[in-house]
Design a protein around this ligand. Structure first.
Ligand SMILES: C[S@@+](CC[C@H](N)C(=O)[O-])C[C@H]1O[C@@H](n2cnc3c(N)ncnc32)[C@H](O)[C@@H]1O
Length: 426
C-alpha cells in the first residue's frame, strides 16, 4: 500500500489537519494522481506494466469506506477538506472499485446518505456532468480543442462513464461494459428501435428480439402520479379549455388514467387529450383499441421532434404535458425543453418518467440536480415527490433467473423521484 492510501484508513485518531490533510496535500501536489488506485499499487509491487484495469479503488473509495462511525465535528471537517482536496485534483466521483461500488455507493451502504460527505460527492458529480457536456459542446469548435483536452484529463473519470439506455435511464458503465457497447441496440439507438418489432405480452411491452422491457405494468402508480401532476392547476384555467399531451403511448397506462380524469372534470370544461407516438407497432395497437375514434382524443403519429413543432404553429397550448419515450437520451430531453416552454400554458405542468441515473442512487441524486439546473435555465422549476418502489417489484426486476421475461433490468433504486415542473414566475 502507498503512503497516500494509508492516510485514508484513519487508523490514528483524532483525525487532524497535521496528520492527515497536510500530507495528503503534499502527495497530491508532488504529482501522485488523485485517482491512484490500490490496483495500481499492487501491479507496481508485482512489476506488472500496462495491466488491464478492471477496477479502480481510489483514495476517495478508501476514505468513504473508513470514515469513523464516531467521527467528531472537528474530525468531520478535516475529512471533508480531504474529500475536497481529492476532488480538486480530479478524483473520479463515479469510478468503481472491485465491488462495483462508487465512493457515493459506499456511503449509501454505510448509512451515510444524509451526510455532508455524500453531498460533496453528489455536487462533484453534478459539476463533472455539466462540465463534460460543455466540453462536448465546445469540441465542435476547433479553436478550443487543445484546452478542452486538458480539462477532460483533469475531470473525466478514466475508466467509467455515464451513458444512457432505455427510457432515458442513465447508467454508469464501467470499463468492462464499455467494450460491450452496442450502438445498434434498439434500447440505445432510436432508429434501430423504430425499426424493431414490439410485442405486448405478460402485462408488458417488450422488444420482440431482445426481450427488453419498453413499458411494464409495475410503473402504474408512477403513471398515476404523472397524471396527477398534469391536472394540478386546471381549475385556474379561465378559458376552461383543458389540453393534455402525452408523449409516448407504450401500453397506454397513463392515457387510460388521463381519460378517466378528463371524464371527471366539472361541467363546462372542454377536454382534449393528445397522444404523440412514433412506433408503427404501437400505432397499430392504438388503432386496434380504436382510440382514434374517440372524439376528444387526437393522435399525433410520428416522433415528437416532428409533431410538436407543428402544434406550436397551430397555437395549441397545454395544461399538462407528460414525456415517457424509449431509446432517447438526455440531449433529447434538453431539446424537448425548448418546445415545452413554448407549448405549456403559464399555469401548466410538465412531468416525465424519471429514470435519469436510476441504476444507482448516487447517479440518481446527481441527475436530480443536473435536470433541476437545466430546467432553471428555461425559467422552469422542478419539485420531486419520493415514491417507494415495492420490494417485490425490485426483486422481480432484478431477478436473473431464466423465467424472467425481461433481458436487462432497468431499475434498481428502491425509490422513485417523481418530478413536477412549472414556470418559476407563474
Ligand atoms: C415507455 S413507453 C410509454 C409508456 C406510457 N407512459 C404508458 O403509460 O404506458 C415509450 C413509448 O414512447 C414511444 N416513443 C419512443 N420515441 C418516441 C419519439 N421520439 N416520439 C414519440 N414516441 C416515441 C415508444 O414507441 C413507446 O411506445
Amino acid at each position: 500500500m502507498s503512503d497516500l492510501h494509508e492516510l485514508c484508513y484513519f487508523e490514528e485518531r483524532p483525525v487532524t489537519r497535521d496528520i492527515y490533510l497536510s500530507p495528503l496535500k503534499h502527495y497530491l501536489k508532488s504529482g501522485i494522481p488523485a485517482t491512484y488506485t490500490l490496483e495500481d499499487v499492487a501491479n507496481y509491487e508485482k512489476n506488472i506494466e500496462n495491466a488491464e484495469v478492471t477496477s479502480a479503488t481510489t483514495p476517495l473509495h478508501l476514505i468513504c469506506s473508513n470514515i469513523p462511525k464516531d467521527v467528531s465535528e472537528s474530525e468531520r471537517n478535516v475529512v471533508l477538506e480531504m474529500i475536497d482536496e481529492l476532488l480538486f485534483w480530479g478524483a473520479g466521483w463515479c469510478l468503481t472499485d472491485r465491488n462495483n461500488q462508487t465512493p457515493g455507493c459506499i456511503l449509501v451502504s454505510r448509512g451515510l446518505k444524509d451526510s455532508e460527505f455524500y453531498s460533496k460527492i453528489v455536487d462533484a458529480g453534478v459539476r463533472a456532468e455539466i462540465l463534460l457536456r460543455k466540453i462536448e459542446d465546445a469540441s465542435d469548435f476547433e479553436f478550443v480543442e487543445d484546452k478542452t483536452d486538458e480539462l477532460v484529463k483533469e475531470n473525466e473519470p478514466a475508466e467509467s462513464e455515464i451513458i444512457e439506455n432505455r427510457k432515458n435511464i442513465k447508467i454508469l458503465k464501467t470499463n468492462e461494459d464499455l467494450i460491450e457497447d452496442d450502438k445498434a441496440d434498439p434500447s440505445y439507438n432510436q432508429e434501430a428501435f423504430l425499426k424493431s418489432k414490439l410485442e405486448y405480452k405478460d402485462n408488458s411491452l417488450l422488444t420482440k428480439e431482445g426481450n427488453d422491457g419498453v413499458m411494464m405494468r409495475w410503473e402504474e402508480n408512477l403513471m398515476q402520479a404523472g397524471c396527477d401532476s398534469l391536472f394540478q392547476n386546471y381549475q385556474e384555467d379561465e378559458t376552461k379549455e383543458i389540453n393534455v399531451l402525452n408523449i409516448g403511448y407504450g401500453m397506454g397506462i397513463i392515457d387510460s388514467i388521463i381519460e378517466k380524469k378528463g371524464k371527471s372534470l366539472p361541467k363546462g370544461f372542454k377536454f382534449t387529450h393528445f397522444i404523440c407516438e412514433a412506433h408503427p407497432d404501437v400505432l397499430k395497437e392504438i388503432e386496434n383499441r380504436k382510440l382514434d375514434q374517440i372524439s376528444n382524443i387526437k393522435i399525433l403519429k410520428g416522433r415528437w421532434q416532428t409533431e410538436l413543432p407543428k402544434l406550436l404553429s397551430q397555437n395549441v397550448f397545454f395544461n399538462g404535458i407528460y414525456y415517457d419515450t424509449y431509446s432517447e437520451h438526455y440531449e433529447d430531453m434538453l431539446e424537448l425543453f425548448d418546445l415545452i416552454v413554448g407549448l405549456l400554458k403559464p399555469e401548466g405542468n410538465f412531468s416525465f418518467f424519471n429514470g435519469l441515473g436510476a441504476d444507482r442512487e448516487v447517479c440518481y441524486d446527481v441527475y436530480k440536480k443536473v435536470v433541476e439546473l437545466d430546467l432553471n435555465n428555461y425559467g422552469l422549476e422542478i419539485k420531486f415527490d419520493t415514491i417507494k418502489i415495492p420490494e417485490e417489484t425490485l426483486k422481480f426486476l432484478n431477478d436473473k433467473s431464466s423465467d424472467n421475461k425481461i433481458r436487462k433490468s432497468y431499475w434498481s433504486c428502491s425509490f422513485y423521484y417523481h418530478p413536477t415542473v412549472t414556470f418559476m414566475l407563474y
